[in-house]
Design a protein around this ligand. Structure first.
Ligand code: HPA
Length: 268
């Protein structure tokens, strides 16, 4: 761990970002908007995951984004790849170790709400962990009892809302329900999700939120809606659809993120 922290600090040179972003499907292109970018493959960073999902690279890209120093993570480990919800723990711990204070997570998700259509973006206000797993299984210290009453930081949520307003971008808000994947949900599961208060469903992010709170980072998360969830249209779901549709909402989310940094709503 210390080794990776030292390595990353050294590779970043003088750059000391306080904000990190995890780029989900559809947002990978954001790394091209980083100026004076330092690029480091996950393979060079001990403990970082080897991400095998198509549509996800595995690279740290740090530099100036919309005028602020930011560290971007292109590629994440998903629970469904191996059944290890703690796979991102070394990454989050290294981020905290180099002085990151705020973590912005993005993902692709299915909408449970017929009025929140593909191409929409949804700021996550709260989550439901429906996976039955937790990235802190096995953590021996009492620090494992992490409070999640305010998992999604109010200040960062306000920054998202302000940036959406300034950039004239529609921003939905709601509850994200974490399913383990990798199979998609059934129509019955989606009816259940709706009854339980979910607005969107997906296969990522929640473990990172828990780990980030464990490490004392402030968290914000936003979903790119790629599809209406199972049973809401006649069509079968597919990863192809996720990949094809993610750039649409991804463009909107990129606009909001750029505005957030450019307007100084989140100090890097
Ligand atoms: N379900 C789960 N994860 C997803 C979906 C979905 O409908 N769309 C994109 N990621």
């Amino acid at each position: 761990m210390m080794q990776t922290i030292d390595l990353l600090v050294e590779r970043l040179g003088g750059l000391a970002p306080k904000v990190a972003m995890v780029l989900g499907s559809g947002l990978g292109g954001l790394v091209n908007e980083v100026e004076n970018a330092v690029r480091i493959s996950y393979a060079e960073l001990p403990g970082f995951p080897a991400s095998g999902v198509t549509g996800h690279a595995g690279e740290v890209v740090a530099g100036n984004f919309a005028g602020e120093p930011v560290l971007m993570l292109a590629g994440r480990a998903h629970y469904y790849e191996h059944g290890n919800a703690g796979a991102m723990r070394p990454v989050i711990e290294v981020l905290a170790g180099i002085g990151i204070e705020k973590l912005i997570l993005t993902n692709a998700a299915g909408s449970v709400d017929p009025d929140m259509l593909p191409g929409s973006i949804m700021l996550i206000e709260d989550h439901i962990n429906f996976s039955g797993s937790n990235p802190l299984f096995g953590e021996p210290s009492d620090r494992r009892f992490v409070g999640l009453t305010e998992a999604y930081d109010a200040g960062l949520r306000a920054a998202f809302e302000k940036a959406a307003e300034v950039s004239d971008t529609a921003l939905h808000k709601g509850v994200y329900m974490w399913f383990s994947g990798p199979s998609f949900e059934t129509p019955a599961e989606i009816r259940m999700a709706r009854l339980m208060g979910a607005n969107a469903v997906g296969m990522s992010t929640v473990p990172e939120v828990i780990l980030a709170r464990f490490c004392g980072l402030k968290v914000a998360a936003c979903s790119v809606i790629t599809n209406l969830a199972a049973g809401m249209t006649g069509a079968e779901l597919s990863h192809e659809e996720t990949k094809d549709m993610a750039p649409i909402g991804g463009g909107r989310l990129a606009t909001v993120l750029k505005t957030m940094f450019r307007e100084g709503l989140v100090d890097g």
